[in-house]
Design a binder for this molecule. Structure first.
Ligand code: SAH
Ligand code: SF4
Length: 397
């Protein structure tokens, strides 16, 4: 049975593998077809939140389910709409009070492309990596999510969509947390998403985004299926990436891109590089050229994302003409590049912002010190100086 290390509560039902569920059913002295019925109740149209509603099961089995499992690990959800309803931001409260976020984005059909419903999910509460432009990074590390807590964000969105007879078409691990630092559980969740007996979404429609945990990328590659890998690059030069993605001091750019290349070769899937455009920091001609040199000839795609304004940084998004020039340099080098418009800015859709607001405002002197430190660090990085700061705590192999 899946042990629940994080919360010492009953395990979440949606975190069970089919084998674990069958074993439990047998332990209850029930015939094996009951496992299929329970799985249907968990997964069809986002599934049940309460065993009492699973009418296909006899009452004693429903009671046993409630006794042994949490049917839904999300205790409460607050929805905030943006973009005229095209973006639905969900702030979920888990059983121990932890707050996490997921974002559902609706993309209407356009030309030949069909309508899409993409869900962005969290893998951890907070994050230990501490990228300074990211609201989750500023929160620091809370805890890893269990498999069921990851899956129940998906079930929540699937239920909302099912009410309109719609289904999720894409799932991206781009919410709170660094998925590859909660690797075992994220891999188990990815398997559950892909498994036709459970959520049943094609591997190609599942994207795992990482800030560059090289051993994690290698394990994902070894898994085999054609999941999409997104790598958050944000800088092609080590001195600057050390500041923007502190994990770079453990696994520098060349190693990260090397591991991503191996993933592309092994799976035949194009790597997606995320590059948040920060005005005057990582958007210079020198940076565009460095990125073009780094990725030239690769099976890769670059997404340029104007930085979502977050509190407590001295930075803001690059102006659109600068982003367009940057994109032009990459395209001239033959690198497929898109500029992504940020969704749901007015409700802070860069994940972690709603949770950060709830965490309360830090003292003003601490905010001022942070701004000053970031300004100095990015200025030094622009001069090409590498900092000697330690690797952030909580970042393991
Ligand atoms: N930890 C993983 C996945 C979650 S973050 C990772 O870093 O890849 C998902 C994406 O949002 C990352 O590319 C991240 O760099 C980006 N992001 C975070 N804060 C942002 C901001 N303020 N503006 C724009 N993009 C941001
Ligand atoms: Fe963590 Fe990703 Fe935010 Fe960096 S961008 S702090 S890795 S969630």
């Amino acid at each position: 049975m899946t042990t629940d290390l994080t919360t010492a509560l009953r395990p979440g039902l949606s975190g069970l593998t089919p084998d674990e569920l069958s074993t439990w059913v047998a332990e209850q002295g029930e015939p094996s077809f009951r496992a299929r019925q329970i799985a249907d109740a968990v997964w069809k149209a986002g599934g049940a939140t309460d065993a009492a509603t699973i009418r296909t099961l006899p009452a004693p089995l429903r009671d046993a389910l409630e006794r042994d499992f949490r049917i839904d690990t999300v205790a409460e959800t607050e929805l905030v709409l943006a973009d005229g309803g095209l973006t639905e931001k969900a702030l979920h409260r888990l059983d121990d009070g932890t707050l996490i976020e997921s974002v559902l984005m609706h993309y209407p059909a356009r030309g030949v492309s069909r309508e899409r419903h993409t869900l962005c999910i969290s893998s951890q509460a907070g994050c230990a990596v501490g990228c300074p432009f990211c609201a989750t990074g500023e929160l620091g590390f809370g805890r890893d999510l269990e498999v069921a807590e990851i899956m129940d964000q998906v079930r929540h969105a699937a239920r909302r969509l099912a009410a309109d007879e719609k289904r999720l078409t894409n799932i991206v691990f781009m919410g709170m947390g660094e998925p590859l630092l909660n690797l075992d559980r994220v891999l188990a969740a990815v398997e559950a998403l892909n498994d036709p007996r459970r959520f049943g979404l094609g591997a190609r429609h599942i994207t795992v985004s990482t800030s560059g945990v090289v051993p994690g990328i290698r394990r994902l590659t070894a898994l085999g299926p054609q999941f999409t890998l997104a790598v958050s690059l944000h800088a092609a030069r080590d001195a600057l990436r050390d500041v923007l993605v502190p994990l770079n001091r453990r696994w520098p750019v060349a190693e990260v891109v090397g591991a991503a290349r191996e993933h592309a070769v092994a799976t035949g899937r194009r790597i997606s590089y995320e590059y948040t455009m920060i005005g005057g920091v990582n958007d210079t001609d020198l940076d565009a050229q460095a990125l073009a040199d780094l990725l030239r000839g690769d099976h890769a795609h670059v997404n340029l994302i104007p930085m979502n304004p977050v509190a407590h940084t001295p930075w803001q998004a690059s102006p659109m003409p600068v982003i367009e020039t940057f994109a032009g340099t990459l395209r001239e080098a033959g690198i497929s590049t898109t500029i992504r418009r940020n969704r749901g800015q007015e409700v802070g859709a860069a994940c972690g912002q709603l949770a950060a607001e709830r965490a309360g405002e830090p003292p003003a002197p601490a905010v001022a010190r942070r701004r000053e430190r970031l300004e100095m660090a990015s200025a030094a990085a622009l001069r090409g100086e590498r900092s000697e700061d330690p690797v952030p705590s909580g970042v393991g192999e």
